[in-house]
Design a protein around this ligand. Structure first.
Ligand code: IMP
Length: 216
């Protein structure tokens, strides 16, 4: 089994990486298993692909400069977020810091509250939904060679202003994904089983694109 260090401390993201890549022979762990105090770089790029590459490059450089007894075989980083059409694609690349940038606290619950506040401001009422999409960019680098891969995938759907469900993370309780038959789910990502989320989600799609590259 090969080992992949994922440049994130987000347990939910790690679990999603692991559930999708373990069947393909990858043991997935956080970069913090090698570098417990590694800082997260500032996300200065204007898009998801640029920020995923930046996070991956930062983690690779940190691993290479540390004097470690063992190294992972590869490093991957994900940059993801939610774009809401009626909000001019906000929060977009600022999804993780949406509430913080508005001076409204920080973390997933604060980000959801800020999103709901902005949606209500557009005139949305309980029960209404509006078009949105999750995006996920993944950048992968093999430490033994010069292999780089980038994948970008989307999950179309709709967001509402009433939270539903306790699964998943982030904006999941507000997001109704478009299903394989192109109808909109009547359950949010936070109400759907994790296998259903993986089959539909931006991260699931990007990870399967990466997996196809890795097994080619
Ligand atoms: P990142 O960690 O800088 O990539 O920030 C991602 C932001 O988008 C965080 O606020 C996450 O909560 C949110 N996000 C990314 N993927 C998902 C998802 O699958 N479900 C819900 N929120 C997500």
């Amino acid at each position: 089994m090969k080992t992949m260090a994922v440049a994130t401390g987000n347990k939910h993201k790690l679990q999603e990486f692991s559930e999708i890549l373990a069947p393909l022979g990858w043991r997935v762990a956080s970069i913090r298993d090698w570098l417990p105090a590694v800082p997260e770089p500032e996300e200065t790029e204007p898009d998801f692909v640029g920020n995923a590459a930046l996070k991956c490059g930062f983690a690779v450089a940190a691993l290479r400069t540390a004097d470690l007894a063992s190294m992972p075989d590869a490093v991957a980083a994900d940059d993801s977020g939610l774009a809401v059409n009626v909000l001019d694609d906000a929060p977009g690349v600022y999804s993780a810091r949406f509430a913080e940038m508005a001076g409204a606290g920080s973390g997933d619950a604060a980000n959801r509250s800020e999103l709901v506040r902005r949606l209500v401001h557009t005139g949305m009422k309980p029960g209404d939904t509006t078009a949105a999409a999750f995006a996920c960019a993944i950048h992968f680098q093999d430490l033994s060679g010069a292999h780089h891969h980038s994948a970008l995938a989307f999950c179309e759907g709709r967001v509402g202003i009433q939270e539903r469900g306790t699964g998943g993370f982030g904006y999941d309780p507000l997001f109704f994904p478009v299903l394989q038959d192109e109808s909109v789910s009547d359950k949010t990502f936070a109400e759907l089983p994790s296998e259903t989320k993986h089959a539909l989600s931006h991260r699931g799609k990007a990870l399967r694109m990466l997996a196809t590259e890795l097994s080619a």
